[in-house]
Design a protein around this ligand. Structure first.
Ligand code: C5P
Length: 244
């Protein structure tokens, strides 16, 4: 399933397996990935991931590993054995940790297909001011994202999570094949919530994003299926307009 034809990843940020399966079934037939994050995984565990996989969904396991290399290698092995298609680690864990994750994922894969291992650069809820004042990184946010992306690439990772605002700079620095996964996506007029660095789906793709992680604009919509279909349509229309 290529990113270009199926770029949407629905963030299943719901409290339990029942809610996740109900949402997945409402979205049935619309090509998209399912992103299982902390809220759902810590409630429903690996069983839910297996059930979603059995329904034919591509899974991004978004648990953002960040620990010593040996522990992250163990987590990567478990994720890989579970059969997820993508998982992530924090680039801030350093290159030894990232290398350990990608090596362990390759060794443990049971499907013959190694999951994509992606590095979180800076959370899309982080502003440059927070980064400078609280996290203690005194540099322009875009530079930090690109530096982490280059570090991730050198460690053998397949791509990064970043805001769509930085996707073009990541591609310019790391190459077109280096995958960009972008949360902080908001269709025109949607509530921004706690996200700080946001972009519309069509603009994000035009800016070099390969995958668009979209949560609340779909999951909290009165009709999630309708909301997802509208986003797919917005993307298709933009593609049409971009063609000469
Ligand atoms: O609801 P919303 O569209 O803001 O959801 C975004 C999703 O992407 C959430 O599940 C969040 O955990 C995840 N995410 C993010 N920023 C990152 C990495 C993941 O918002 N850097």
């Amino acid at each position: 399933m290529s990113a270009r034809s199926h770029p949407i990843m629905v963030a299943l940020d719901v409290p339990d397996a029942e809610a996740a399966l109900a949402l997945a079934s409402r979205l049935e037939g619309i090509p998209c990935w399912m992103k299982v994050g902390m809220e759902l995984y810590y409630a429903a565990g690996p069983d839910l991931v297996r059930r979603l996989k059995a329904q034919g969904h591509r899974i991004f396991l978004d648990l953002k590993f960040h620990d010593i290399p040996n522990t992250v290698a163990g987590a990567a092995r478990s994720a890989s054995k579970l059969g997820v298609d993508m998982f992530n680690v924090h680039a801030a864990g350093g290159s030894a940790m990232m290398r350990a994750a990608v090596e362990a994922a390759g060794e443990a894969s049971t499907t013959g297909e190694t999951p994509l291992v992606i590095a979180v650069t800076q959370l899309t809820s982080t502003t440059e001011e927070t980064m400078r004042r609280e996290i203690g990184i005194d540099a322009p946010l875009a530079d930090v994202v690109v530096r982490y992306a280059a570090l991730a690439k050198a460690a053998g990772l397949h791509g990064v999570v970043s805001s769509a605002l930085e996707a073009a700079a990541v591609k310019a620095a790391c190459g077109a094949d280096f995958v960009t996964v972008t949360p902080g996506i908001r269709p025109a007029g949607a509530d921004v919530g706690d996200q700080a660095r946001v972009m519309t789906p069509a603009k994000a793709l035009a800016n070099g994003a390969d995958y668009l992680v979209i949560g609340r604009p779909i999951t909290k919509a009165p009709d999630p299926r309708e909301a997802l279909l509208r986003i797919v349509e917005e993307i298709e229309n933009a593609k049409g307009e971009a063609r000469p």
